[in-house]
Design a protein around this ligand. Structure first.
Ligand SMILES: Cc1cc2nc3c(=O)[nH]c(=O)nc-3n(C[C@H](O)[C@H](O)[C@H](O)COP(=O)(O)OP(=O)(O)OC[C@H]3O[C@@H](n4cnc5c(N)ncnc54)[C@H](O)[C@@H]3O)c2cc1C
Length: 330
C-alpha cells in the first residue's frame, strides 16, 4: 500500500509530488497523458496572464526554482511553450515519481485508505489526492440548439485561425479566452463577439478575470475599427443549425459558433464516499484541502481555498498546506 497517490500531473499535482519527494514520503503520481497534459492541449503561442520576473513571479511553482531563470523565457509574460518546458524540467529535475499515460478511472474507500483503479491495474493508498484540474470538462452555455450541433465548438478545441479563413464565426463569451481567440481570428475570419453583459476590462476593474494584457488594447481597437463586430449584452438565446437568434430578436447565420464559456469542475467517482460539492460544483474542502471523505484531498485548481486559487501563484501557498496535513498524519 502506497502512503499517497496523486491523480493528475499538472502544476498542482507536481508541486505536491515535489514536497513529498523532498521529505522522503512514499507516493506515486498518475497522469493520463504526458506531464502537464492540459497545457500541451492549449493553443500554441498563447501567452500566460501571470508574469514571471524576479520580484513579480506569479507563475513559478517554487521561488527556489523559478521559471524566469530558464534560458530564453519571454518576459514579463512567458508563453505556453516556456511554461510547458518549465513544468517538464521541474518534474524531471526533481525526479518525481510519475506514471505517464495512465489514467485513473475511479477510487473506492477501502480499509485503511483507498483502492484506486488505473488503466494499468489496481493500486491502494492511505491518502488520495485528486489534482485533475478544473479544465477537464468544457462548459457550454445553456442555449437551446447548442448541444450536438455540428457547427458548435468549444474554445478548448480551437487550434489555429487557418481553419476559419473567410468563415463567419460567432464567439460566445466575454472573458480572456473569448478576447484572445477573437483577436487571433480578426482579419482572417468574419468575427462577431457576443456577450451577455457589458465587456469588463482589467484597467477599469482591477479584477484578474477581466480582459487584460495586450488583449485589452488590441480588442478595443479591433472593435473601434469594426474588424470585430460586437453584440454586447445581446446574448444568443436560440440556435438552429448555423442560425442564431439573439435576445434583441435579431437573427444571423454563422459558419462556426465558438463557445469560450469556460469549464466545469469534475473529478473521478469515489465509491463508498460522499464528496460534498459547493454551489459552483467545486468539492467542499477543509483549510488543508481534505474533502468530506476522510483521507481524500484536493489540490491545484480543483481546490478552491479562495477565489484566486485557480491561478498558479495560489498553489504556492495552498499545496503546501495539503502536504503538511498529510505528512503530519503519516
Ligand atoms: C486558456 C487558459 C489559460 C490559462 N492561463 C493561466 C495563466 O496565465 N496563469 C495561471 O496561473 N493560470 C492560468 N490558467 C489556469 C491554469 O489552468 C491553472 O492555473 C493550472 O493549469 C491548473 O493546474 P492543475 O494542476 O490544477 O490542473 P491541470 O493543469 O488541468 O492539470 C490536471 C492534470 O490532470 C490530468 N488528469 C485529469 N484527469 C485525470 C485522470 N482521471 N487520471 C489521470 N490524470 C488525469 C490531466 O491530464 C492534467 O495533466 C489558464 C487556464 C486556461 C484554460
Amino acid at each position: 500500500m502506497r502512503d499517497v497517490i496523486i491523480v493528475g500531473g499538472g502544476p498542482g499535482g507536481l508541486l505536491l509530488g515535489h514536497f513529498l519527494e523532498e521529505h522522503g514520503i512514499d507516493y506515486q503520481l498518475f497522469e493520463r497523458g504526458k506531464i502537464a497534459q492540459s497545457w500541451r492541449l492549449m493553443r500554441h503561442g498563447m501567452k500566460l496572464l501571470s508574469p514571471a520576473v524576479p520580484g513579480v513571479d506569479w507563475t513559478s511553482l517554487t521561488l527556489k526554482y523559478p521559471l524566469w531563470a530558464l534560458h530564453g523565457v519571454q518576459r514579463p509574460f512567458p508563453t505556453r511553450e516556456d511554461f510547458l518546458c518549465y513544468i517538464d524540467a521541474f518534474a524531471r529535475e526533481h525526479l518525481l515519481r510519475i506514471v505517464e499515460n495512465t489514467s485513473v478511472a475511479r477510487a473506492a474507500v477501502a480499509p485503511g485508505g483507498f483502492s484506486v483503479e488505473t488503466s494499468a491495474g489496481q493500486v491502494s493508498c492511505r491518502f488520495l489526492v485528486v489534482a485533475t484540474g478544473s479544465l477537464s470538462s468544457p462548459a457550454y452555455p445553456d442555449i437551446p440548439g447548442i448541444a450536438s450541433n455540428p457547427y458548435v465548438i468549444h474554445s478548448s478545441d480551437f487550434v489555429h485561425c487557418m481553419t476559419y479563413s473567410g468563415r463567419r464565426v460567432l464567439i460566445i463569451g466575454g472573458g480572456n479566452s473569448a478576447a484572445e481567440i477573437a483577436i487571433e481570428l480578426a482579419g482572417t475570419a468574419e468575427v462577431t463577439l457576443c456577450t451577455r453583459s457589458p465587456l469588463r476590462y482589467f484597467s477599469g476593474t482591477g479584477e484578474l478575470e477581466d480582459i487584460r494584457g495586450s488583449s485589452e488594447s488590441t480588442l478595443k481597437e479591433c472593435l473601434r475599427f469594426r474588424i470585430i463586430a460586437l453584440r454586447e449584452s445581446d446574448p444568443a438565446v436560440g440556435v438552429s443549425g448555423r442560425r442564431v437568434r439573439f435576445e434583441s430578436g435579431e437573427e444571423e447565420e454563422f459558419d462556426r459558433i465558438l463557445c469560450a464559456t469556460g469549464y466545469r469542475p469534475a473529478w473521478i467517482p469515489v465509491d463508498g464516499g460522499d464528496v460534498r460539492a459547493d454551489e459552483d460544483g467545486y468539492p467542499v474542502i477543509s483549510r488543508t484541502g481534505e474533502s468530506s471523505v476522510p483521507g481524500l484531498y484536493f489540490c491545484g485548481s480543483l481546490a478552491r481555498f479562495n477565489r484566486r486559487c485557480a491561478f498558479i501563484h495560489g498553489f504556492r501557498n495552498y499545496v503546501e498546506k495539503v502536504f503538511w496535513d498529510i505528512a503530519d498524519r503519516l
